[in-house]
Design a protein around this ligand. Structure first.
Ligand SMILES: Cc1cc2nc3c(=O)[nH]c(=O)nc-3n(C[C@H](O)[C@H](O)[C@H](O)COP(=O)(O)OP(=O)(O)OC[C@H]3O[C@@H](n4cnc5c(N)ncnc54)[C@H](O)[C@@H]3O)c2cc1C
Length: 378
């Protein structure tokens, strides 16, 4: 498999635009929110206002009408500053946005996707259950037909942004098999309970919700695409989601790398900048090599998708490589900073914590290796 891609001046300009946006609109707010442990809704709204929740969708749905390379660049740059924002944009643009855009009815695109792209709605994908994690096809949540409605029963865990979401896409078992169903305004629904936000390694700014569906009624027309084809839609959406997660990994690692090179230049021990010790400079060199490799894999997968080809293996490779690299780079970045890296005065410990999550969500890296292995003989 030989991949090729090119970046145009427009892609580089887009990167500059997003980076400048992050420096002006995002970075001044990170410390305040991370310290208070509250979800940064106003910053998320600013990100959506800039169009970054719908980069690859057309202007008719309030998207920016750009390509998947621009999507990957956007997510990388958001993540370089603050992964939380990149994760939220990635859910909107891929896990939720993609099935609606590709398989939904036109009215669903107009009513749902437009609100997601514009930032009017924060969306979430409610798929994982206590007994259905990696084995996403074994969902136990049911949607039973009752006239013009489905009645939802079951429990979900780890729904990112669940308790603050304006719109959920829920994975359910219908008579036909796994199906996806859209649930607008979940907080208003009888029988839908946000059980709790799971305390997790990412910290209190992250919202990871357990949700109980106890007789929740949803119109039949809210099914996305054909009933019974939901797993296929999720897996196709994950191809795009994994490009986004790979880009998150590249961004987190890039931010940690830049802080490390600056620190190694300033910090002196034994009468010289620590970057002059080979033990430190080789760490920085390895970071540079691995980040560049991850970025190339990510952009190659995005470029292949821009050519309208399936990218199941490429996206899984990029996701696995880039998030493993993010874990390694952030761990070494803490080491380069010594005790300072271990403190909350620097961003490194936060970057290290979020890197761990990226190795788990959108398919654990073991599952992504299974995906790659399965493609080797096709
Ligand atoms: C931060 C975060 C955000 C998330 N956001 C969402 C979200 O928005 N929506 C949502 O629906 N879910 C979300 N998830 C859930 C996530 O998708 C699942 O955690 C993931 O799919 C793994 O499922 P599990 O945790 O049940 O682990 P399990 O499936 O129980 O896996 C446990 C271990 O076994 C390994 N394993 C399992 N099967 C195999 C196999 N066939 N081969 C090799 N190893 C295997 C896994 O790799 C893992 O190491 C999120 C999770 C996290 C941590």
């Amino acid at each position: 498999m030989i991949s090729s891609f090119e970046l145009t001046d427009a892609h580089e300009e887009h990167r500059e635009t997003v980076r400048q946006f992050c420096e002006d609109e995002v970075e001044p707010h990170i410390e305040e929110y991370e310290e208070s442990g509250t979800f940064p809704m106003d910053v998320v709204e600013t990100v959506a206002d800039a169009g970054f929740h719908g980069v690859q969708y057309g202007s008719e749905y309030d998207g920016l009408g750009l390509d998947y390379r621009s999507y990957a660049i956007t997510i990388e740059e958001l993540s370089r500053s603050w992964k939380l924002l990149a994760g939220t944009a990635s859910v909107a643009g891929s896990l939720v946005g993609y099935p609606i855009h590709e398989f939904g009815e036109e009215w669903q695109r107009e009513e749902w996707l437009t609100r997601i792209c514009s930032g009017e709605w924060i969306p979430a994908l409610s798929l994982t259950e206590p007994n259905a994690g990696s084995d996403a096809g074994s969902l136990e949540t049911t949607a039973t037909r009752d006239g013009d409605e489905y009645v939802l029963e079951g429990e979900k865990v780890w729904t990112t942004n669940g308790s603050i979401a304006d719109f959920l896409v829920v994975g359910v078992q219908t008579d036909e098999g796994v199906s996806l169903i859209g649930v607008p305004e979940p907080a208003e629904r009888d029988g839908l309970e946000f059980v709790r936000d799971i305390p997790c390694m990412e910290g209190e700014t992250a919202v990871e919700t357990e949700i109980r569906y106890d007789g929740v009624r949803v119109p039949v027309e809210n099914v996305i695409g054909e009933p019974g084809r939901g797993l296929r839609y999720v897996l196709e959406g994950l191809d795009i989601g994994r490009i986004g997660t790979a880009a998150q990994g590249v961004g987190v690692a890039q931010g940690a790398f830049e802080e490390s090179t600056a620190f190694a230049d300033e910090r002196e021990q034994f009468g010289q900048p620590i970057r002059e010790f080979q033990g430190v400079s080789f760490k920085l060199a390895d970071m540079a090599i691995e980040i560049e490799a991850s970025r190339l894999l990510t952009l190659a997968a995005a470029a292949k998708r821009d050519r309208d080809e399936r990218v199941t293996a490429e996206a899984a490779m990029a996701k696995t490589k880039a998030t493993d690299v993010a874990m390694d780079v952030t761990t070494e970045a803490v080491q380069v900073h010594g005790s300072r890296g271990y403190s909350k005065d620097y961003s490194l410990e936060r970057r290290m914590r979020v890197a761990k999550g990226m190795q788990i969500y959108e398919g654990t890296n073991e599952i992504n290796r299974v995906v790659v292995a399965n493609q080797l003989y096709e």
